[in-house]
Every structure is written in C-alpha cells, then in structure tokens.
Design a protein around this ligand. Structure first.
Ligand code: MN
Length: 318
C-alpha cells in the first residue's frame, strides 16, 4: 500500500482500466478512483471495451474511452476489479509500458502488475479503494462516496450476499453513508429503469429453469435466437438468480447464455457457504468468487454446456 501511495504522489497522470462487460463494482471503482484522483489535481482517464449492456451502468458509458491513446508517457496504469490481465480487454495495447498498479478483490487469478493491493476478503473492489484513499489521509467527496457505494451495493446484492464475515462491508457502508452516499438512490438508479421487455426475458428464464441432481442444481439458458425477439440489453439475470436461489433444496444456480455462434458464457451462483464456485469455475477455465463465478466455453452450444454443467456439478455437489 505504501508503495502504491508513493506512485500516486509521484505521478500526475493515471490510466484506469477495469474488466470487459463491466458491472457496477467495476464502473464504481474506475470512476470513483478517477474522480478522487482528479480532486487531488491529477489527470485520470477511464477505459473500457464495454459492452455496457447492464442497465445500471449504461448512464456512465460516455465517460469511458474504448481505445488507449496515452497522452503522458510518465503516466501510471491502474487496473481494478480484474483477476487476470486479459480481463481488461486491452492486453495488446501496451499497458505494460507504464508502471501497473492492481487493486482487486478476487480470490483466484494470476499475480500481475508492479504494485498490488488485492484483498480477497473485500466484498467489492471499491472497499480496498476506500482503504487506499484513507491510507493517503484523504476523505472522499460525496460523489466519490456514492460511486464507491455503488460497487459495494451491486457486488453484495444490496448486502444480501454478506455473511457473518460482512462486518467490514457494513463499516465501509456506514462511512460512505456518512459521506453522503444514499443506498436508496443507488437502488433505484440500479433497479428502477427496467424495460417492459425485461419481464419477458425474466419469465422465459424462469420458465426454462430446470432442476438437476435432486434439485441441488438449477440451470436456465438463453440462445442467440432469443435475442432476435427481445433485445439483449433487457436481460436481468440477477433477478433470475435471486428467485432460483430461493427455491427449496437448491445449492447452485447456473445461467447458460450463447454469446456468439461458438462462445457460451456461464454464470454460477450459490447460497451455500461450503461451496467454492470460484474453484468450480476455474476447473472449467473460468474464475470468480466463492458464491459467484463464471466461465466461457468455446465451440459449444447452450444445450451441450448444460450437459457439461450437470456432469461437472454431479462430482462437486455430493
Ligand atoms: Mn467486483
């Protein structure tokens, strides 16, 4: 942390990257950190390859650049919320010409970057960012606090995913609340703008959800065909996860989605403390957290991936 603080003090330009297909935590981390650095009188730029599909982050899209054209060769790259360098989507764009600071909270992945502040116990990436701001002896503005709270709210499912180890997250939330962040405002910014078509996709996903392994595993799926009738932006898989995880006897929920003709992405969620989905996803070439993880399967169809998941979890859910 001390080295990261020195790097920040020493330099005046920062290039901030998150992961592709950004979520609230990624966007909150990138923009919160950028705004904080600007308030220190520094230059900060945020980059993302998108896609900004998730409704809760679409309003931030215009602030991000898709191409990396550094204006200061003495700048510093900061990568947030990424467990591996390829997650940025910018791995071939010369980020390593600059010192690289990594701030993250994933439990699996690779050790990359020159300076790392990775806290796997943190519930969101915005938590170690607040730690950094405090370690610098600074106080986030109301706007920064609300961006950091956005990450905390979305990565914890508005605090639902927290367990008995969640005290630090609540202490962080209390601090951000004292600084002027409103969880109610964030809730409706995140959840209050759904299109009517969203209900169609939700009902379709719920209708397709199938129980396997005596109901311990539930899988729902979407194909490319589905997006011909209902736009992809109308997906609200988090609501689907929440409802499926509320089913009696269920341990793991999987959503299988065809991204393109030869790429299928899998999202995994569990409500069980003794299941490590990050490890389960890693065996399939993916990664993530204990309770939320995912992977991408190439050269496959949704149907084949469903079969693969049933086989995979028949060995894990015993
Ligand atoms: Mn995160």
């Amino acid at each position: 942390m001390e080295k990261i603080i020195q790097e920040i003090k020493k330099h005046s330009t920062f290039y901030i990257f998150g992961h592709t297909d950004p979520d609230g935590d990624c966007v909150g981390s990138q923009l919160g950190l950028a705004l904080f650095l600007k308030q220190l009188g520094k230059k900060a730029f945020v980059y993302s390859k998108g896609k900004f599909e998730r409704l809760e982050i679409q309003r931030f899209r215009s602030q991000f650049s898709e191409t990396f054209a550094p204006c200061d060769k003495d700048g510093v790259v900061i990568i947030v919320d990424c467990s591996t360098p390829d997650r940025t989507g910018f791995e071939d764009e010369g980020l390593d010409r600059f010192p690289v600071i990594v701030i993250d909270h994933h439990s699996s992945g690779t050790e990359f970057g020159d300076f790392r502040h990775v806290v796997p116990q943190a519930s969101s990436c915005t938590m170690p960012i607040l730690d950094l701001i405090e370690a610098m002896g600074e106080k986030p503005s109301k706007e920064v606090a609300e961006l950091l709270m956005l990450g905390l709210c979305t990565d914890t499912g508005f605090f639902i995913h927290l367990t008995e180890t969640g005290a630090k997250a609540f202490r962080t939330a209390a601090k951000l609340s004292d600084l002027g962040a409103s969880t109610n405002r964030i809730y409706y910014d995140v959840n209050g703008n759904k299109k009517a078509d969203t209900l169609k996709l939700i009902s379709q996903s719920l209708g397709r959800a199938t129980r396997y392994l005596d109901g311990r595993l539930m899988i729902t799926w979407e194909t490319l065909d589905d997006y011909r009738t209902t736009p992809r932006e109308c997906r609200d898989i988090d609501t689907v996860y929440m409802l499926l995880l509320a089913t009696e006897g269920v341990q793991v929920v999987a959503s299988v989605k065809e991204d393109s003709k030869d790429k299928v992405s899998v999202g995994l969620r569990t409500r069980c403390d003794n299941i490590d989905l990050g490890a389960a996803a890693a065996m399939l070439g993916g990664g993530g957290h204990k309770k939320a993880a995912g992977c991408k399967i190439m050269n496959s169809s949704a149907k084949a991936v469903v079969e693969l998941l049933v086989e995979h979890f028949s060995k894990i859910l015993v």
